[in-house]
Design a protein around this ligand. Sequence first.
Ligand code: NAD
Length: 507
Amino acid sequence: MTAQTKITSAAAEAADILNRLGVSEQLWTGGARRVRSPVTGEIMAHVHDATTGEVAAAIEAAHAAFLTWRNVPAPRRGELVRLFGEELQAAKADLGALVTLEVGKVVSESLGEVQEMIDICDYAVGLSRQLFGLTIATERPDHRMMETWHPMGVVGIISAFNFPVAVWSWNAALAVVCGDACVWKPSEKTPLTALAVQSLFDRACARFGNVPAGLSSVVIGGREVGEALVDHPRVPLVSATGSTAMGRAVGPRLAQRFARALLELGGNNAAIVTPTADLDLTLRGVAFSAMGTAGQRCTTLRRLFVQEGVYDALLPRLKAAYGSVKVGDPREAGTLVGPLIDQAGLALMLTALADARAEGGQVHGGQAVALADGCYARPALVEMPGQTDVVRRETFAPILYVIKYSDLGEAIALQNDVPQGLSSSIFTNDMREAELFISARGSDCGIANVNIGPSGAEIGGAFGGEKETGGGREAGSDSWKAYMRRATNTLNYGSTLPLAQGVTFDV
Ligand code: NAD
């Protein structure tokens, strides 16, 4: 049986990849932390957790590296990121395969995640020649006022399991061209992909030559290691991606020492389907956004508001898609839904479905699937009588709640009536509806789309959300400003000293 062959091969496959990517065996054998593949349930490696002392040493090394790196001209810093992008391109298949083994994403999504890293490297290389500030009109004669942007220092990066490598790169590629150093604490569920990325970064550094040691490093571990990063006075910015519960703990700790927080937290994303929607396109957009990555994207579609006039046309087609989608080993061709990350994730899904039933929901699908020792489930489509408690919370699993509405204003109000504010979309061919949705009276999310689902963002735009999603913005647009400090400079090239606001002070 092919599944059986794969069961015995996951650990070996991971070992082969780690060797090819140059990760020292010492780093993934002999440690106390077990790394389990959600694909087969196999233990693939044993990694070492960093001690508090090791975290502090990594931060001190990064700080020392920063003191040198900030003097390197930004376009030259961009050259390092360009070389790193080349390493990623060369290792794309291997790194993608490792993402599949460690997180359970289907191969094309894992490759897409690595492509996203390559894309942000390209973006950062261009950015390295565009870290510009404004020149501002001043009220004083013979004066000039301007802004300059300077490197900040050590950036702490805490990442979630579901985008184990791309989210780090959104931060690190920008931070490195901005002249910062990075210390990365990946999810304790996905240390192997982090070690692999670090090895590729080291290869780029070797080709570049003269990169200060410790410019970017990885510290493995759970919450305690994250806390050590959050509390360290030499870390002026922590970018933390994960649950709202994590952000609620991290935010105040950073505020306590006046460090900057860039928070990318949970989402509870919705789409609205109006009577004019193209239902073929809607079906595909909804299916990918709701079932892709087994519902484990921060931007996964979790709530679908369907206008009562099209409900009966759309629902049977959606049910058919849910019933026929192939759930299974993410390495196999044709699989669209791989496993959940672990048994705890599966248990949360089953609990949410039980709650949904208790709150009046009619559940289609959602059964656990016995396959190897993985954590598989069929995606669930749940018809709900309204936006009940279970709908308002984020369950990180492939559950789509569907709710009927009559009036667009009511649908927009429902879509906004959750604590989270990450991503949203509307399916419509009515220009007024589309414009209303993306207007100030429309979606309150950081991302608002028309005729595409809420997931699958590109790196060119700023990524992040409002309310309990944390307010952070990463990747494109002007997100780079988060990784630099701004200085306002006023220069007097005259021979008098006029004071602003007409103040006189003659001595
Ligand atoms: P999680 O909150 O369990 O863990 C995320 C990271 O935070 C891990 O590295 C973890 O070790 C660390 N951590 C947890 N508590 C901490 C603390 N008190 N101090 C310091 N570090 C701490 O999240 P997860 O299960 O890995 O990921 C899923 C969640 O992440 C979902 O809620 C999802 O929506 C969210 N997410 C958000 C985005 C975004 O960009 N908004 C992207 C990906 C994932």
